[in-house]
Design a protein around this ligand. Structure first.
Ligand code: DX5
Ligand code: ZN
Length: 229
């Protein structure tokens, strides 16, 4: 299975919420591929963020790029149709947050979105055993979910290599996304370990020149992918 085109996915958790539409336009104009949309419920994770209304507002504002909804909520199923209706493209959830993982995956697909499964740092990959054939994305958390600006957990690199092996063995075009503490200086190692989709919040939004960060990231990804090929 050839390596997929890398996607940079800015996490709008670190964007300016007082002018969110303009900030999302700016990061897409600066070269981002998709919009990473972190949904937290102050129950599954100890923080509270944004819901379907904000997703819909971004679509109405004119955002055309795929919106990558990362659900950190429990329960999961009730909110899926609302996000589909609000214009989500990908919807990922944590298996610990769903009573019936296969049913939740099917629900996302039935509503016309692409399903993804998210793994916390301590979540075992055995959750892929009966799901990899049904999902379009595996999202590995490289921090514990709940907050932006945390430090990348190095053990994620081994986990990425193992997921890469499983995806390649499946023969399916499943994206491998990493989320948490991704920066210009570690993105090469993350790409070399097999990720093709890179969430970055604080690394991008804390800088004035989004384009400069994104192109430095792309440069380091392509050098790492050349070494893998
Ligand atoms: C954490 C979120 C991440 C987070 C990443 O729960 O899922 O998307 O915003 O932020 P950085 O890139 O700042 O670690
Ligand atoms: Zn996220």
């Amino acid at each position: 299975m050839p390596v997929q085109t890398p996607w940079i996915a800015p996490s709008i958790l670190s964007a300016n919420f007082a002018r969110l539409g303009d900030d999302v336009d700016a990061v897409l104009a600066a070269g981002a591929d998709i919009v990473h949309f972190d949904v937290m419920d102050n129950h599954y994770v100890p923080n509270l963020t944004i819901g379907p209304l904000v997703c819909e507002a971004l679509r109405k504002h004119g955002v055309k790029a795929p919106i990558d909804v990362h659900l950190m909520v429990k329960p999961v199923d009730r909110i899926i149709p609302d996000f589909a209706q609000a214009g989500a493209s990908i919807i990922s959830f944590h298996p610990e947050a769903s009573e019936h993982v296969d049913r939740t995956i099917a629900l996302i697909r039935e509503h016309g979105c692409r399903p993804g499964l998210v793994f916390n740092p301590a979540t075992p990959l055995s959750h892929l055993d009966y799901t990899l054939g049904q999902i379009d994305l595996v999202l590995l958390m490289s921090v514990n979910p709940g907050f932006g600006g945390q430090k990348f957990i190095p053990g994620t690199l081994d986990k990425l290599r193992e997921v890469r092996r499983r995806i390649d063995a499946s023969g399916r075009a499943v994206r491998l996304e990493v989320d948490g503490g991704v920066k210009v200086d570690n993105i090469g190692a993350i790409a070399a370990a097999g990720a093709d989709t890179f969430v970055a919040g604080s690394a991008i939004f804390s800088e004035k020149d989004y384009g400069a960060v994104i192109s430095a990231m792309r440069q380091n990804i392509s050098e790492a992918q050349l070494l893998r090929a």
